[in-house]
Structure formats: C-alpha cells, structure tokens
Design a protein around this ligand. Structure first.
Ligand code: DAH
Length: 363
C-alpha cells in the first residue's frame, strides 16, 4: 500500500467511526470499539506495524499520518464517553425527581386490639384515676400462693370449686388472679390499692360460656376504715365507666374462703337487656364481680396489721365483661386465633388499630 492508498484507508476508517459512534450508547460498547480500532490488532493500530515496510525516507511521514489519525479517533471516542456520562447523570437526576419520599406508603393490614385487651386497658385507666397501681404476677404459681395464703387449706372443700391444672413440679397454673393479693401485700404493705389483670387457667369442659383459659382483674384495697359501701361504690363506678351508661346491679351473699363477708355483684344482662337469654341462662342477670372484705387470715398471711387495717377485694371476670360490652355470645371465639374481627375495630379503640384483617364478617 503506497502512502496515497494508506491515507485513503485511514480516511475510510475515520469516516466509518464518525458515522457510527453516535449510535454507541454504553461505555462497554465504546471500549470495544476502541480496541477494535486502536488496539494492536485494530484497524488503525495494526497499521503501526507496517511503517517499517515503507522506504526509510517516507517512514517519518507515514508514522505521523498513522499517529495523527489514532489521536483524532481517540478524541472522538473520548468525546462520546463524556456524552454518555452526562446522559447517565441527568437520568439519575430525573429518577431522583420522580421519587417523592413524602408520598404516604402502602399500609399493611394490622388487625385490631383483642376485645379482652381493649377492656383491660380501659379498666387500667379507670383504676389508675382512682389511685390504684397495676401489678402482674406469674401464671405458674406455687400451691401455697394459689390456695393456702388465700385461706384455702389442702383439706378445704373450696379446692373443689376450682379445677386445677397441676404441673409435674408441684406448682399450678394459677386458677385465679387472687394469689397476687398475697404477693402485693408482702411487696407493698398497707395502705394498698392494686389491680392485677391476668390470664387464669382451669381444667374445664369448654362450652359457650366456659374456657380453660380466661382473664380476670383482681382488685385489692386496704386502708383504715374500709367497708362494704366502699366496695359497692367502686363497683358502680367501674361498671358505669366501662359500659358508658348506668348499669343495674344487685348484690347477693357469696362464699369465697378469702373474704368475709363475701358477696356477688351481678349486672343486668347487656345482651338481652334483662329479658332472659342463653347467655344469662334466662335469669336476666350476670355474675360479674365476686368480692368481699378480705379475710383476716389472708391479711395476716400478707403481714398486714388486722387491728389497724381492713380491705376489700374483688375478682372481676374480664373475659365475661368484654363479652357483655361487645355483645359476644360465645367465649370460644376469643381464644380461637381466628383473625376475622368479632367486633368492628373502630369500636375497640386503642392506638394500634390500622385496618381490619379478613373479610370483616361478624360471627
Ligand atoms: N378468685 C375468685 C375466683 O376466681 C374470684 C374472687 C372472689 C376474687 C372474691 C376475689 C374475691 O378477690 O374477693 O373464683
């Protein structure tokens, strides 16, 4: 190839690159082109090897022609690299503009507060306003705390009142929240105002109104000069606040070994309005608040001076109260694990309600 032909060949290569470089739109493809043209085996790069084949007086000129061409092609490729980088940067900026971090996210359905929990929270707020503190106790209890400390000795017939889950260790699943009375007396002494919401367990045959796991709220108030009227006033306030309307109550004598006298406070059935239905066993009344004046033996076991102090105690059936409040006729749905709401979530209140899970059918 003489010098004239060489120049033509170079012009052709450069024209080809000029025509196509704008269509190359990735940095990788551009590097591929660079190798194909400027690399040792490349269309221009390989011409370097041929310089030595020219007569010595032409080699300087030929070398310059080839190297100038390589320089120009390199400049064209670098220019295209810069164009691609600029395009990438503005695409990133456009993406950033399209993403609006202030838009609200997509809300996951979260279910709602369990009806028993909703009533428990409400009761805690009511009693806190009355100066009570909220205590907790273990669900696995000693036999002593669950029975003896509450004036229920091993031989006492009252043990038959509660069907107990006995553990191999000799401990029990607490059959009521009353053992926390004893714990609280030892922990705080008198005067004392506590409530204890918690789960209790009984070896029961399950039906519409009995479950083996249920919730109670124990209450205990010990002070100078406490008597039955204080207890009844507290019960009325509590039921009024929970139901948000005046509730009819009646008081009957009741027997519990840990109180003397013991009473049963009933409320009129909120499901049938007192007319009689299966939930109230046609009586129109529901036992809601067994209570009484704390038995001196229980105070003494709790190291309270019985000369100076008296107290009342109650064991509110929290599960039953929740059923009343929300008109739930069957206790079994409460522990069923079925997430479809049995109560419309907006009736339950509380901070974690965000939506409802499932079909929303009422059962
Ligand atoms: N612990 C009793 C039960 O589960 C309920 C109870 C009755 C608690 C009278 C009390 C009370 O504090 O005074 O059946």
């Amino acid at each position: 190839m003489d010098v004239g032909q060489l120049k033509e060949r170079i012009a052709e290569i450069e024209a080809g690159i000029a025509a196509n470089v704008c269509d190359i739109d990735t940095a990788d493809a551009l590097r591929g082109l660079e190798t194909a043209v400027l690399g040792k085996q490349g269309t221009l790069g390989s011409l370097v090897k041929t310089i030595k084949d020219y007569p010595p007086d032409q080699r300087g000129h030929v070398g310059k022609v080839v190297n100038d061409a390589k320089g120009r092609v390199k400049a064209v490729i670098e220019q295209r690299h810069r164009e691609l980088e600029a395009a990438d940067a503005s695409a990133d900026a456009a993406d950033a503009e399209a993403f609006d971090p202030t838009l609200p996210g997509i809300r996951e359905p979260m279910g709602s507060v369990h009806p028993v929990t909703a009533v428990q929270w409400e009761i805690e707020r009511i009693f806190e306003r009355l100066g009570f503190t909220v205590e907790a106790g273990p669900e696995m209890e000693t036999e002593y705390n669950n029975f003896e400390a509450l004036n229920i000795p091993a031989t006492h017939p009252a043990r038959d009142m509660q069907d107990t889950f006995w553990l191999k260790s000799g401990m029990v699943l607490r059959t009521h929240t009353s053992p926390v009375q004893h714990r609280a007396m030892l922990k705080f002494g008198a005067p004392l105002r506590v409530i204890v919401p918690g789960r209790c367990f009984r070896y029961e045959t399950i039906d519409a109104s009995h479950d083996n796991t249920f919730h109670q709220v124990e209450g205990l108030m010990i002070d100078r000069g406490i008597s039955i009227p204080n207890l009844i006033a507290m019960a009325k306030t509590l039921l009024y606040e929970v139901m948000q309307h005046e509730v009819e109550i009646r008081v009957r004598p009741g027997y519990f070994p840990f109180v003397e006298p013991g009473i049963e406070i009933d409320m009129n059935c909120q499901i049938c309005g007192g007319a009689g239905c299966p939930t109230c066993k046609q009586s129109g009344w529901l036992e809601i608040l067994p209570a009484g004046m704390v038995h001196p033996n229980v105070l003494e076991a709790g190291k309270i001076d019985t000369e100076e102090f008296t107290g009342f105690a109650f064991g509110l059936g929290l599960t039953r109260l929740a059923m009343m409040k929300y008109g739930i006729g069957d206790i079994r749905v409460l522990n069923s694990g079925d997430l479809r709401p049995i109560v419309s979530p907006d009736r339950l209140g509380g901070p974690v309600i965000a939506g409802q899970v499932g079909s929303g059918t009422k059962r």
